[in-house]
Design a protein. Structure first.
Length: 276
């Protein structure tokens, strides 16, 4: 009599584990887009909880795309994303929270200003840990909303945004007191690292820009958000300070902002060089 063989068991020890892609939701500000293949597009955005994110919107360039115009630059959206291999996500669903694109693009000055804001935002947050980007998200959202609703002149919004964004990044563009001696300075000299009083200005080889009382007041208003002062400042002063802020921003970023070529200003740009 033969003993029956035990039933065969299937071992799963050596079978590869198939992981299901993780799906999550987030809010996002669309900064720019990049075409991919014949019908897809990569969306570069600053998300509320996950920092700068690159994600594919499949078939978005087809006429019957489910995404429509909801993933155009400067839109504020809620997203569902799938996290596959690597860092590139896939967008599966999207809902409009605020449609800022049309009103911004309908005004050329607002549009070119938004482009500078988006580029600066991406540059400052690309290598920033996601847990440190929510203040940038809030600040950028506020700037785009202000542009879309025409709350202030676009260049005032840009100057205020850059002042706050660089402050968040650890590079204050202006100070209300001398960075050497701490003296309050109604008239001062601007440097890439802060403000110098007339006495201390003569002791440095750093490039200096003299500021009169009105210009110093405008800079301080940008820092504190005193919009009554900001909006009432004469154009020649605001344009000089905007140029100064943009130059200082590029100095700290160590790279020129490409979108500045489209920004309309009446005064020429110049470029601080490291080590001068």
């Amino acid at each position: 009599m033969t003993t029956p063989s035990p039933p065969k068991t299937t071992s799963t020890t050596n079978k590869p584990t198939v992981s299901t892609p993780k799906t999550y939701t987030d809010h996002a500000l669309i900064l720019r887009t990049q075409n991919l293949g014949e019908a897809d597009r990569i969306i570069i955005m600053l998300t509320r909880n996950n920092g700068i994110t690159h994600a594919v919107a499949k078939s978005i360039r087809k006429p019957n795309s489910k995404f429509g115009a909801r993933l155009e630059p400067y839109m504020h959206v809620a997203l569902s994303l799938t996290q596959g291999r690597g860092t590139l996500r896939t967008i599966t669903q999207t809902t409009t929270l605020h449609a800022y694109t049309a009103p911004i693009m309908g005004d050329y000055t607002a549009y070119t200003t938004a482009a500078v804001i988006a580029e600066t935002c991406e540059t400052l947050t690309t290598n920033t840990p996601p847990e440190e980007t929510p203040p940038h998200y809030t600040l950028t959202h506020g700037a785009l909303a202000a542009l879309a609703h025409k709350k202030h002149h676009p260049h005032h919004i840009l100057a205020r945004y850059l002042t706050q964004a660089m402050q968040l990044a650890g590079w204050p563009l202006t100070t209300t007191t001398c960075i050497h001696c701490g003296t309050p300075t109604p008239t001062s000299y601007h440097t890439p690292h802060g403000t110098l009083c007339p006495t201390c200005a003569h002791t440095t080889t750093t490039p200096l820009t003299p500021l009169n009382t009105q210009e110093t007041t405008y800079l301080n208003a940008l820092t504190t958000g005193h919009w009554d002062t900001i909006d009432k400042t004469p154009t020649h002063t605001t344009q000089k300070i905007l140029n100064l802020i943009l130059n200082t921003t590029q100095y700290h970023l160590e790279t020129p902002l490409k979108t500045l070529t489209h920004l309309e200003t009446k005064t020429p740009w110049y470029w601080y060089k490291k080590g001068t």
